[in-house]
Design a protein around this ligand. Structure first.
Ligand code: RIB
Length: 305
């Protein structure tokens, strides 16, 4: 049996990463220590993770005709992602993220969407065949939301496992979309925004997750940074602690968690086992700098103690 097919629909960015001692206040000028260009974008980071872990990965997304577009596609291809359906929009610029990373490895990110904004409803619906061929479909929210919601509908129509990482956090997601998800994987901030409830502990995350369950989501996994993650469905909930590692840069930790969870499931793992696998992968990611530069090969994950 071949590897399970995972389709990722989402953003592709070039990250401009500034190392700073701390995230500056409004009105403050701060001296940084370095600047680097690193391939990123939530969708692309997820695609690279799933491919490096051994899944059969295709991606739908768009890059611009600027100096970044070609190299961003090449980078995905080199990681093993099928890029045949990624469009290069010559009249547009590529997605660009300006990321500040502080001494603790925490970040703040501003994204200029560029060509990601052209991943619209017609582009997604024109690739219904790819959704039909996949076993699972992973989505985030850095492309037009109507395209994401259409992909959720198509994936559900064809009986696929549907995973939504609601990042960046929207004010809301239509209940009819939530009701078609197998897994919603938000972080604390995203869960807080979507539920309208404060999330500052494992108990409050569980309460907030129940608001989304009531709206029709089958299962949630809330990523809690150094506090691990929390799984909640209608019948059970459990907390999985994080691994103790020294964080260098948390960029792409959430993206790698989402993709590794999907790979874990596709390899036949149980949900707790898939979460444990995803926790291991994201723990390695935070020990390295950058988004796609931090994503480990499968043998590194298997050897990680
Ligand atoms: O989740 C990290 C990613 O968010 C970065 O790579 C950046 O491009 C933004 O999409």
């Amino acid at each position: 049996m071949g590897a399970s097919k995972i389709l990722i629909i989402g953003s592709i960015n070039m990250d401009l990463v500034l190392r700073v001692p701390y995230i500056p206040q409004v009105g403050e000028t701060l001296l940084g220590s370095s600047v680097e260009r690193v391939p990123g974008g939530k969708g692309a980071n997820q695609a690279v993770t799933a491919a490096k872990l051994g899944a059969d990965v295709s991606m739908l997304g768009k890059v611009g005709g600027d100096e970044f577009g070609g190299p961003l596609i090449d980078n995905l291809r080199q990681a093993g992602v099928n890029t045949d359906h990624i469009d290069l929009e010559s009249a547009s610029s590529s997605g660009l993220a300006v990321i500040q990373v502080n001494d603790e490895g925490d970040n703040s990110i501003v994204v200029l969407s560029g060509a990601n904004d052209l991943c619209d409803l017609s582009y997604v619906t024109a690739h219904e065949n790819l959704i039909k061929e996949a076993d699972s479909v992973i989505l985030q929210l850095e492309i037009p939301h109507e395209a994401v919601y259409a992909a959720v509908n198509l994936a559900r129509k064809h009986g696929k496992t549907v995973i939504l990482n609601p990042a960046p956090a929207p004010d809301s997601i239509p209940d009819e979309v939530l009701g078609k998800l197998d897994y919603l994987i938000p972080n604390e901030t995203e869960l807080q925004k979507l539920s309208g409830q404060t999330v500052d502990s494992i108990a409050s995350a569980k309460d907030a997750a129940k608001v989304l369950l009531a709206k029709g989501v089958s299962s949630l996994i809330v990523t809690l940074g150094s506090n691990g993650s929390l799984y909640v469905n209608a019948n059970e909930s459990f907390h999985v602690p994080a691994r103790a590692v020294k964080a260098v840069d948390t960029t792409a930790a959430g993206d790698s968690f989402v993709a590794a969870f999907a790979v874990g499931l596709s390899e036949g793992r149980s949900v707790p086992e898939a979460i444990s696998f995803a926790t291991k992968v994201s723990s390695i990611v935070v020990t390295k700098a950058g988004a796609q530069t931090s994503i480990p090969e499968r043998n590194e994950v298997d050897a990680f103690v």
